[in-house]
Design a protein around this ligand. Structure first.
Ligand code: GLU
Length: 293
């Protein structure tokens, strides 16, 4: 049996809040229970929004909470070359294509279709209109010319090509608070042709998270329920890239000390604010249902 490896992976585009604290503490609790390691990964691929000050502040907030993690800390912004290599590999296999459509153009096409037909345009689990695949049919010469001319573009996974290269069925194993495991079916097709990189950011959350979980040997992913649907897509990417699929636990809203669900506004209260008010780390832990370190 290999030693379990957990990670807490915040995107430092603001201060950490109680919701982050809950996720980090839950990772710690599971890691302790299984005699595992805990890593911190800074998901700062959006270099326009992820500021160095937020990274330093996140580490300081986590240390204040009494968390410890292994060093060095992986920062995704230091690994763009690795993500680009993954994208190049998918491109060489005909699994991604450049897309010049704007988000606005896609939304407008969906709205026009809905208006004309009265039928709802399909949406991905995040609520965005599914990409109709327009640029999949572009002639390679035309696409190359537009890229060379500096036109903004995204790299999309061709869902039909990907599902032909890695046929389903898809599933993954999830575990609950009591560490009981079960198999969950996954349906990556509901994401359609997702964006895996953009001209200005040579990776996406989906691509880098799947790459890094494997690169860091993560065995157990503990993260918010808002990312549960994305796991369906991650399983497809893992299959395409020949990477292992970790076990997953998606947690819900932060409960308060009475076991009720914390209001969203409370879950999003910055830890720094609580610190400034004189709230102790042990009080934060207690409120979130965790024992002192
Ligand atoms: N960086 C993501 C976030 O802060 C979490 C990614 C993950 O845990 O897979 O929402």
């Amino acid at each position: 049996m290999t030693q379990p490896v957990f990670r807490f992976a915040p995107s430092p585009n603001g201060r950490l809040h109680l919701g982050h604290a809950y996720s980090a503490l839950l990772n710690e609790r599971f890691a302790r229970a299984l005699g595992g390691r805990l890593l911190l990964r800074i998901e700062d691929i959006d270099v326009t929004r992820c500021l160095p000050d937020y990274i330093a502040a996140a580490e300081s907030d986590l240390a204040w909470l009494g968390l410890t993690w292994e060093r060095p800390v992986r920062r995704q912004s230091g690994h763009f070359g690795a993500y680009r290599a993954v994208l190049d590999g998918l491109r060489a296999r005909g699994l991604v294509y450049p897309c010049f459509c704007t988000r606005r153009g896609i939304a407008e096409a969906a709205a026009a279709h809905e208006h004309a037909t009265g039928e709802r345009w399909p949406r991905d689990p995040d609520g965005s209109p599914l990409y109709p695949g327009t640029c999949r049919a572009l002639a390679p010469g035309e696409a190359a010319r537009r890229i060379a001319a500096g036109e903004p573009h995204a790299w999309r996974l061709s869902s039909p090509a990907a599902l032909a290269a890695a046929p389903g069925p898809f599933s993954y194993r999830r575990f609950d608070e009591a560490l009981r495991q079960e198999t969950v079916p996954a349906d990556p097709a509901r994401w359609g042709d997702v964006v895996l990189a953009r001209k200005e950011i040579p990776t996406s959350y989906h691509l880098s998270v799947v790459h890094d979980d494997a690169a860091q040997g993560i065995t157990h992913v503990v993260r918010g329920g808002d990312l549960e649907a994305a796991t369906d897509l991650h399983v497809l990417l893992q299959r395409l890239l020949g990477l292992p699929t970790p076990l997953y636990h998606h947690h819900g809203l932060v409960p308060d000390e009475a076991g009720r669900k914390l209001a969203k506004s409370l879950g999003s209260r910055p830890l720094a604010e609580l610190r400034a008010e004189g709230v102790t780390p042990d009080a934060v832990r207690a409120r979130l249902g965790f024992a002192p370190p």
